[in-house]
Each structure stands twice: as C-alpha cells, then as structure tokens.
Design a protein around this ligand. Sequence first.
Ligand code: GTP
Ligand code: MG
Length: 326
Amino acid sequence: MSDTPDTPEAPGSTEAPNAIDAFFGASAGTEVRRSGFIAVAGRPNAGKSTLVNRIVGHHVAIVSPIAQTTRRIVRAVARREDAQLVFVDLPGSQKPMDRMTERMQQSVEGSFRDVDIVLWVIDVIDEPGAGERRVADMVLATNKPVVLALNKVDRIKPDVIMQRINAMTDLLKGRDFAALVPISALDGDGVDGLLDELTALLPEGPAWFGDEDVVDMRDEERIAEYVREATLAHLREELPHASAVTVDDLFEDGDGLLQAECTIWVERQSQVGIVVGAKGEQIRDIGIAARRMIEEQLDTRLHLSLRVKVRKHWRDDATWLARAGL
Ligand SMILES: Nc1nc2c(ncn2[C@@H]2O[C@H](COP(=O)(O)OP(=O)(O)OP(=O)(O)O)[C@@H](O)[C@H]2O)c(=O)[nH]1
Ligand SMILES: [Mg+2]
C-alpha cells in the first residue's frame, strides 16, 4: 500500500469539493465499524475510474475518452463517518477480442468473489443494448447487492433518466437493484447520495486499510499507469490499443531523486515514429505530462526516461502479458 500525498484535487476536478473530503474532518479518529469492498463494474468508457477518483479525492485511476483505458484492477480506499469503503475499479466489460481482453475479463469475473457490493456504472447517453445485457448477466451471476449509478447526467435532459431506469430495471429479470442513483462523476452531482446508499449496505467489520492509505498498488505499477495515461492523451486511432507501458528500472539515487526507466511498447515499427514524433517532440510531451502527474501523486521528485520498443502481437502473447503485469 503506498501513501498518497495531501494534494486532494485530481486534475480536471478542481471546480467542486469531492464528496469524501467533506467528511474527512468528522470521520478522522472515529472508529471504523463498517467496512467492505465494492466492485465498480460496467462497460468501457462508462466513467468508472472518473467516479473512483472523485470519491477518493486523488487521481489514483487513469482516465481517458478511449474505451478500455483501465487494464489493471485498482483498489482505492475511502472513509466516510464510521465506515471504510474499498472501491475495486475494474476494466470495462465487453466481448474479449484477444488474449489481453480475455485476461481482463477473467480478472473482472474473479474479482466479484471477494466483494460485498457490485456498483454497476452506466453511461446514460446511450440506450442500454447488447453490451449492457452482457454486463447484466455477469452482475446477476454474482448474487451480490447491485447498486446502479446512472452516470453522465450532465449530458442529458432529466426526462431521459426515467427511461433509462425503466430499461435497466427490465434487464434485471425480476430482481431489484439495491439502489439506483443518477450521478455525474465529472461534476460530482449525486455522488454524495450514492455514498449514502453504499455505506448503508456495508457489513459490520473493522478497517481493512490504514487511514493514510488511498491506493493499493506498488509505485512501479502506478508509474506505468500514469505513463500510459499520458500516452493515451497524445495518441490517436489504433495506437492507444496497440500500446502498453512497462517500468524496466526504478530506484532512488543518492540525492533522493526517483529514477524511472520505462518502455512504451507498440506492435509495429511504423508506430515507433508516431509515438516519438517529428524531432522527438511527441515523446518529450508524453514524458513531461507523465512526470508532472507522478511527482504530484507520489509526492516525489522524478527523473523519467522513456523509450519505445516493438513487440509484435504482444496483445496475444500470454507470457509477455503476465510479465508486463497485464
Ligand atoms: N460528461 C461526462 N463525462 C464523463 C463523466 N464521467 C466520466 N466521463 C468521461 O468519460 C470518459 C471515460 O471515463 P473513464 O473514467 O476513463 O471510464 P471507465 O469506465 O473507467 O472506462 P474503462 O477504463 O475503459 O472501462 C472520460 O472522457 C471521462 O471524462 C460524467 O459524469 N460526465
Ligand atoms: Mg477505467
């Protein structure tokens, strides 16, 4: 478990106080009496990671407009009054396309065993279709209480919410949601009410993590994630899906400066030039953005070196995926 610094606002979320921060003053020092794990599930791009970041008040999970941003599960801890909530941010669920997405789907299904509640996040912009039916089958098979978060309400007219609630209720085949809450993970609307519902469903029990803990991930994994987020922000078309990041070396030098050597993997030689950019300005910009984020989130000074390598068909190479922690 790594500690995260006291820089509460995630980038892009500075306009509103986050839901949990408002309760920290009152809850710090209060004994934890209820605690549990909450799987955050749903289709790719629904806003699961954005929601987890808003709730815990740190940018712990990477976010992008590209589907299948989350590849590794992130456990993030929030405290509310006498309760500790551990959010398990999952990769988006869709039909697997290769070994990597197959492994991601297996990790999603495996993670349901160890949680108390399933928080199903949907994007209310689209009418629920085959993708959502697929998630419904998976979620129903867990036999856990299911809370539905209807996300991105900032993008729709209020009367659409009722239509979506009706369509989603039909998908549950006679079972009931434990709660249905319209929210905007982006601006925070409804998130407080969602936390009320989740907290009420938690079992009694002591804290799983310390009060200082925010994210259950090694620094090496966090650095790889932030470099990937910066890469996603700079790349277009097929490249976000064709790229992966590994940390090859990580150590602190004599001056207390963290040194990280990372590789951005692509699938074809022709993609190397796209990542590097003319005169290397693209990879320099990726490096600057990643370093800023890592320094802020890990509360450290960092020297980051990036290189680009080709690994053909890495998405279908089970051994390589396991080694890369994917
Ligand atoms: N308008 C609006 N956009 C949102 C909201 N929540 C998330 N988004 C945007 O939706 C996109 C996807 O967000 P993510 O949090 O990465 O989605 P995810 O469900 O974690 O996606 P995967 O990791 O691919 O499964 C990003 O561009 C977010 O800024 C919201 O409440 N309103
Ligand atoms: Mg995500």
